[in-house]
Write a protein that binds this ligand. Structure first.
Ligand code: AMP
Length: 416
């Protein structure tokens, strides 16, 4: 009896070699957009103390309530695979004293995240995000800068049918007053709400705007709107963010029902969607989180950021053919010439050439075929008594000392 085959866990996926080039392109694009704007790369650990997320993301959120991969370490401490990037980055900002550096501190990351969600197209249990955070400045130009940069990234990746929605959530104080009004409205129409929304009226009434349940949507159509509750300062801040986006020529739609699944947001929030994506249409989003640093034990410090899903950006960008790696030289060899062949191969790679050598025990004919399959420009035939170098483009072959093969290939490349 043979052993049962193992599979990757549900909702996870392997990044295969044919997928890797597209991901490298995302990383390159993110760096090209973010680093000239002053964002520096940061990577935090894959797991953190669970408390970071229950305090940072918010105990009432879906993420903390039901989506975290949490486990106990050998010291019986509760740990969690990171479900998002902002709370860890803020923790690192405080832990490394970055609040003492000139503000804002701009950081970006490209990492994998973990949420125990129901897997479907574009929704995984391990997924990758590019994120950017600007911590330490409340100026509306920070919010606008971040929106513009995410749009640039989506554009440079040719993500199709992109739309931007923005909203302002006000401060925790104005939101508290609004929350009460909204809770009252939801309670008054409790019989028409989905069970899920009804059971969480007290815990998180704002999430009712996100529901796809028909009855709930009808109730929400007449719900009070947050914008009627925000303070003058918040209203002015949002007006300035909009004016800056207008000045930058970035089209957007104001969506007073836009909410996001994390508790830490204040003032501006935004979300980019793509019409290419179907049900899971969000490609990236974020917002301002002026209370988060303090919530995690630091001084009162404003912050703003976003995260964009790499799988979703690639899905919405459509297939883009990636060039195959170039093989400059294929080293074919006879059994007694392995060492010489290996020397030629190593020297070629050290010289920066794309070089391969047969490792499957192919016959001479088989090696020629393999070289052609790889599109090798040169093929060296290394035998016991010498070496022949074939230029496959010119269709020419000449005898060459094995030690001279690499120089010949390099010269030939220059001539080509
Ligand atoms: P969030 O951290 O929830 O604001 O998500 C930011 C972005 O990450 C979303 O717009 C998606 O593109 C992506 N994302 C979030 N959750 C998932 C998931 N479970 N699978 C794949 N991508 C995700």
């Amino acid at each position: 009896m043979s052993a049962a085959k193992l599979q990757a866990p549900r909702g996870t996926q392997d990044v295969l070699p044919e997928d890797a080039a597209a991901r490298t392109a995302v990383e390159r694009a993110a760096r090209a957009v973010l680093e000239p704007a002053g964002y520096r790369r940061i990577e935090t650990p894959t797991f953190e103390q669970t408390e970071l997320f229950s305090r940072g993301v918010g105990a009432s959120t879906d993420i903390v309530q039901k989506e975290m991969f949490t486990f106990r370490d050998q010291g019986d401490r509760s740990m969690t695979l990171r479900p998002e990037g902002t709370a860890p980055v803020v923790r690192a900002y405080l832990e490394h004293g970055m609040h003492k550096e000139p503000q804002p501190v701009r950081l970006w990351y490209l990492s994998s995240f973990f949420r125990q969600e129901k897997p479907q197209k574009g929704r995984f249990r391990q997924f990758w995000q590019v994120g950017a955070e600007a911590i330490g400045a409340a100026d509306p130009a920070v919010d606008a800068e971040l929106v513009v940069l995410l749009r640039e990234l989506l554009e440079s990746l040719e993500v199709r049918q992109v739309q931007l929605r923005i909203n302002s959530l006000g401060t925790p104080e104005s939101r508290a007053v609004y929350r009460e009004e909204l809770t009252r409205h939801l309670r008054a129409h409790g019989d028409r709400l989905s069970d899920d929304v009804r059971s969480r009226i007290e815990l998180n009434p704002l999430r009712a705007f996100d529901s796809d349940h028909a009855g709930t949507q009808e109730v929400m159509a007449s719900a009070p709107l947050l914008q009627d509750f925000v303070s003058d300062e918040d209203r002015d801040h949002f007006a300035e963010v909009r004016a800056l986006l207008d000045a930058a020529g970035v089209p957007y739609e104001i969506d007073p029902t836009l909410v996001r699944g994390l508790d830490y947001y204040t003032r501006t929030i935004f979300e980019f969607t793509s019409g290419e994506l179907g049900a899971q249409s969000a490609v990236g989003g974020g917002g301002r989180y002026d209370g988060l640093v303090e919530q995690l034990g630091g001084p009162a410090t404003p912050g703003c950021g976003w995260a964009a899903g790499i799988e979703r950006m690639l899905l919405a960008a459509g297939a883009r053919p990636e060039p195959e790696p170039v093989v400059d030289l294929f080293v074919a060899w006879e059994p007694e010439a392995r060492r010489t062949a290996f020397e030629v191969l190593t020297e070629a790679r050290r010289a920066g050439l794309g070089a391969q050598m047969d490792l499957a025990g192919r016959s001479r004919k088989g090696q020629v075929k393999q070289a052609a399959r790889l599109g090798a420009r040169y093929v060296a035939f290394v035998g016991a008594d010498g070496c022949a170098l074939q230029d496959t483009e010119a269709g020419e072959q000449e005898d060459v000392d094995p030690a001279a093969v690499v120089a010949r290939v390099i010269n030939g490349r220059h001539l080509a």
